[in-house]
Design a protein around this ligand. Structure first.
Ligand SMILES: C[S@@+](CC[C@H](N)C(=O)[O-])C[C@H]1O[C@@H](n2cnc3c(N)ncnc32)[C@H](O)[C@@H]1O
Length: 231
């Protein structure tokens, strides 16, 4: 096994003790979190198998078929019904991540856990992008009309696709991505930002969950790992 895969395997093993009962993984796509046998999981995505294959042709043949199609922030599940919820490389794809965190908190039963994995922009194709501040998230959360969909796509096209603004190609690429409802990273963070968001949910929103695991991104682990347990 190559070194990175081995490190991930060890890290995943160390997290397994937090998982039991019934839960969901949202957006597993091709890489499900390895759960112990005592845990029963359902897979949720915004697209079905065919839609995912079309969206991610490079993953054809490796896609995990979702059991349920739903938007991550509006899951049709009963409050306090889940022992765990897993969202790996998903939060940054959501237009309103704060609303999703609150919704996920409400779905957790007492003692239930949320596992988040969030890519750190310093180690990804987002490295040229400006970090999304908590103030920015809050203003869009408080007034969703302020969410500039085209602006977020433009930021992605300028800094990730590396196209020059004010060119025809730039505008056409944005149009194309928007037409396909392409799942970009609407937000880009580093580990400190993720920590700030978690702290905010506890201190300002008074969500009663404990931060049980917080692993910072490292060159060999390009993501922040967070495990929150509802009291
Ligand atoms: C980058 S992939 C993550 C793959 C995998 N979990 C990992 O850690 O590499 C993002 C996944 O989230 C799904 N997704 C994106 N936005 C979503 C939404 N609003 N609701 C539900 N699923 C969503 C995508 O379809 C895709 O399957």
């Amino acid at each position: 096994m190559e070194k990175l895969a081995l490190l991930r395997f060890i890290e995943n093993r160390s997290l397994q003790r937090y998982f039991h009962g019934r839960g969901v993984e949202i957006g597993a796509l091709w890489r499900r979190f390895p759960l112990p046998r005592r845990a029963r999981v359902w897979y949720i995505d915004r697209l079905g198998g065919e839609g995912l294959e079309e969206h991610y042709p490079e993953l054809r043949g490796r896609i995990i078929q979702p059991d349920l199609l739903a938007d991550a922030a509006e899951l049709p599940l009963a409050p306090a019904s889940l022992d765990f919820l897993i969202a790996s490389h998903l939060l940054e794809h959501l237009q309103f991540p704060l609303a999703a965190l609150r919704a996920w908190y409400n779905l957790l039963a007492p003692g239930g856990v949320l596992l988040l994995r969030v890519p750190d922009k310093r180690y990804t194709f987002d490295k040229r992008r400006v970090r999304t501040s908590l103030a920015h998230l809050l203003s869009e959360h408080d007034d969703p009309k302020l969410f500039g969909l085209r602006d977020h796509y433009a930021d992605f096209v300028a800094n990730v696709a590396d196209l020059r603004p004010d060119t025809q190609e730039f505008e056409q690429t944005i149009d194309d991505l928007m037409r396909r409802n392409y799942s970009i990273h609407f937000h880009a963070w580093i580990d400190d930002d993720v920590r700030e968001i978690v702290d905010f949910t506890q201190s300002a929103w008074r969500l009663e969950w404990d931060l049980v695991v917080f692993r910072r991104a490292r060159s060999y682990r390009k993501e922040t790992t967070v495990l929150l347990r509802r009291k």
